[in-house]
Design a protein around this ligand. Structure first.
Ligand SMILES: NC(=O)c1ccc[n+]([C@@H]2O[C@H](COP(=O)([O-])OP(=O)(O)OC[C@H]3O[C@@H](n4cnc5c(N)ncnc54)[C@H](OP(=O)(O)O)[C@@H]3O)[C@@H](O)[C@H]2O)c1
Length: 308
């Protein structure tokens, strides 16, 4: 297939480009910068220079191109999200950005669309011990104004992708990314210097190594059922405390200090992520339909593979 990839220069895009090539697909890669375009050319990708948030610019840049599918992996989390507003640009990419990419899909003749979605669309709360399946309500509003803004954008992304006529759409509800990328490396560095404490009580998350996030996108592109969402995480949910302890160990450091979770309250997004949300994802549907399995079944496998 010929694939238009939004987010081709990002942390997941860099994993996805070689995997798409390996699977025999060719890529048109979206980027806003000349530097991004150079990087893409070097990786054997044909660059398309446009800002996804500017519909006219995007459609102009794609005029004359054709592709079979669109993969939307563009996010804009410039720094670790601490406040809700740190996610607003990503909310916009999920909402308007998806709308613009669907218009682009129509222009270039792409009938298939795979979009990145996010596991906390199930809600930033304690989901209990039973792993959450795709049948559970997703992106429902709670009356919490700031969280609801993220929910609306996730709902907008999935509704558009899964329900647009003429599009075979698939949404990937990714767990928490980690891997050989700057944010994980920065956290590892902070744990090594004992500057990143763990909190008690701790949230519980469902991680996914970037390599496996990318392989799920390839599998969804090739085998995903139109109109379906898939949970994508590894096999072993972990408390943040365990994640940080394993991350510290991977760079030869001792376990992080532990502080009371309420200390994070001035950073409300981080607090809801690291202290409040407890969610185990059930990924059986992806394994069954997509034939996808994580190469790194737990963070311990993934972090060991990353060790210098
Ligand atoms: N599920 C998760 O846990 C999750 C999800 C997303 C991100 N993250 C984390 O957040 C951190 C930062 O990720 P990030 O996605 O913000 O940065 P990034 O992966 O380094 O790059 C974002 C990608 O999106 C593209 N993009 C952003 N805005 C765009 C726009 N308006 N038009 C066209 N393309 C646009 C960028 O393209 P150009 O800059 O080349 O134009 C780039 O390819 C990473 O550590 C990642 O692991 C985690």
């Amino acid at each position: 297939m010929r694939v238009l990839l939004a987010g081709a220069t990002g942390v997941i895009g860099r994993e996805l480009v070689p995997q798409l090539h390996e699977a025999g697909h060719s890529i048109l890669g979206l980027t806003r910068s000349g530097r991004g375009a150079d990087e893409l050319r070097e990786a054997g990708v044909e660059p398309v220079l446009a800002d996804l948030m500017n519909r006219d610019e995007l459609l102009r840049a794609l005029d004359g191109h054709s592709a079979d599918a669109v993969v939307h992996q563009a996010t804009a989390i410039a720094r670790p999200p601490m406040l809700h507003r740190d996610l607003y640009p990503t909310d916009a990419l999920r909402d308007e950005g998806t709308a613009h990419l669907l218009d682009a899909a129509a222009l270039i003749g792409a009938g298939r669309f795979v979009a990145q979605s996010f596991f906390l669309g199930y809600g930033y709360h304690d989901h209990g011990p039973t792993p959450v399946t795709e049948d559970q309500p997703f992106a429902t509003l709670t009356g919490h104004r700031k969280t609801d803004r993220h929910m609306r954008s996730m709902r907008a992304c999935e509704d558009q992708v899964l329900q647009t006529d003429g599009i075979d759409g698939i949404a990937l509800r990714y767990g928490m990314f980690y891997g050989p990328e700057p944010m994980t490396q920065r956290m590892a560095d902070l744990t090594r210097r004992r500057l990143l404490p763990a909190v008690r009580p701790s949230g519980l998350t469902s991680p996914i190594h970037l390599h496996d996030a990318a392989s799920a996108a390839v599998a969804a592109l090739e085998r995903g059922r139109a109109g379906h969402a898939y949970n994508i995480a590894d096999n072993q949910p972990v408390e943040f405390t365990e994640f940080l302890t394993a991350l510290a160990a991977s760079v030869g450091a001792g376990p992080p200090r532990t502080v009371p979770a309420w200390l994070l309250k001035p950073l409300p997004y981080l607090h809801s992520l690291m202290a409040v949300s407890r969610i185990r994802l059930n990924c059986d549907k992806a394994k069954r339909d997509l034939g996808w399995h994580p190469a790194y079944p737990s963070i311990h496998d993934g972090l060991t593979a990353m060790a210098p």
